[in-house]
Ligand binder design. Structure first.
Ligand code: SME
Length: 161
């Protein structure tokens, strides 16, 4: 059984504790899919108000659904399409306050209102995946979430390839 010490008293402490827990958890395992699965499980358990969290892996010319928590989702997304495909094509974080205003947003789960997608890079800086966090709350993700998740993905990216 695993036990983690995660403080949810502030977003800063939440993401800092998640980083400590994830580094410990992932450093003992070399399989990227197993590690992605545990990342989604931990975020799903501790990050409040999510309707979906998961990876889309960069496989040839598509993003392909990877480990996730939440409802069934579309299996493949072309680069440039939707929030995830835009993050992959531009290499830039997409923090979307209201997904209904995002051109080409792909609504796998109709309850989602806001979305945060972070490109995930491997050891040599190449794109290996994006992580997608979704919430039913409008404007759920702010700068503290962006900074916290970017730091998480920067530090754990090498364990996910
Ligand atoms: N909303 C995402 C698609 C993935 S899912 O909804 C899980 C997008 O617009 O890229």
């Amino acid at each position: 059984m695993f036990s983690f010490s995660i403080s949810t008293s502030s977003k800063e402490s939440l993401y800092s504790d998640l980083l400590t827990a994830l580094k410990e958890l992932l450093s003992g395992e070399s399989d990227p899919i197993a590690n992605m699965a545990n990342v989604t499980a931990l975020l799903w358990e501790y990050v409040p108000d999510l309707t979906w969290v998961g990876f889309y892996r960069a496989v040839r010319s598509y993003l392909v659904l990877g480990p996730f928590q939440g409802k069934v989702a579309c299996a493949k997304i072309s680069y440039g399409l939707g929030v995830c495909g835009t993050a992959a094509a531009t290499g830039r974080v997409q923090c979307v306050r209201d997904v209904h205003t995002f051109p080409g947003h792909i609504a796998c789960d109709p309850s989602a209102s806001s979305e945060l997608v972070i490109p995930v890079r491997g050891k040599s800086g190449q794109l290996i995946a994006v992580i997608d966090l979704e919430s039913a709350n409008l404007g759920r993700f702010d700068k503290a979430d962006v900074d916290g998740c970017v730091r998480l993905m920067t530090e754990i990216g090498p364990y996910l390839e």
